[in-house]
Design a protein around this ligand. Sequence first.
Ligand SMILES: C[S@@+](CC[C@H](N)C(=O)[O-])C[C@H]1O[C@@H](n2cnc3c(N)ncnc32)[C@H](O)[C@@H]1O
Length: 262
Amino acid sequence: MTQIDHQVHSLHPDVSGSRVFKFIAFLYGIAAYLVFFVTIVYAIGFVMGLVVPKTIDTGTDTPTAEAVIINLLLMTLFAVQHSVMARQRFKAWWTRFVPKPVERSTYVLFASLSLLLLFWQWRPLPSVIWDVADPDLAVTLVTLSFAGWVLVFISTFIINHFELFGLHQVTNHLVGKEAAPPRFKTPLLYKFVRHPIYLGFIIAFWAAPTMTAGHLLFAAVTTAYIFVGIALEEHDLVDLFGDEYRQYKQRVSMLIPWRRSV
Ligand SMILES: C[S@@+](CC[C@H](N)C(=O)[O-])C[C@H]1O[C@@H](n2cnc3c(N)ncnc32)[C@H](O)[C@@H]1O
């Protein structure tokens, strides 16, 4: 290091290890988690058409073609943000600017904000595709949709809820604990399907007693995106865990427990 470099370094010391930074990072992690939590709870109301002021079937009246384009753009924005920011190469690049301990929280925050934008700007397409008349069947579908959301929540805890949403990372950083390297796990539900969280989303989105064109567009595009997301995620998991993950793929089905192929 030259004399000048040394002086510059002394003027701008690395603050990421300081106690103040650790505490601010921790508060940021909590704030990002709270934004995520509000977003996911809102998502349940948005998709199921319950309680929240703006649902998948309400909002500004928009001509059909325009509504489809706006909705597709909103879903594409979420998909691109969510997939690009999850890739190892992107993480390696942007942790040059974003401190590593808050990388996951920042990802969670951006994903939540792009979803909130989607909920806010989503245009309804009210044509009814199906409307279940039988009250028992309608209640069964609503229950199934709730069960899908419950499956999502339970599965996040089974795989590691607090690490998935960044709280684990900022807490470890606060108390000065080294981040553990990622471990391959197949706890409980992961012994039956490789992607219980995504399965929960698919069930929650499709099990609807009244399916409008807008809801159908949402369910179809998100399901297609889930399959793309699975391909990208599994590519990374094979890179990370090698044969252990390859064998898991052969042993355990993707989404449907009794079907090997999916
Ligand atoms: C949003 S979670 C979704 C997990 C899974 N795809 C599911 O649907 O339940 C994505 C994170 O879980 C990690 N992951 C997925 N399966 C895993 C496994 N069997 N063991 C460890 N980590 C896993 C991925 O690397 C990724 O960081």
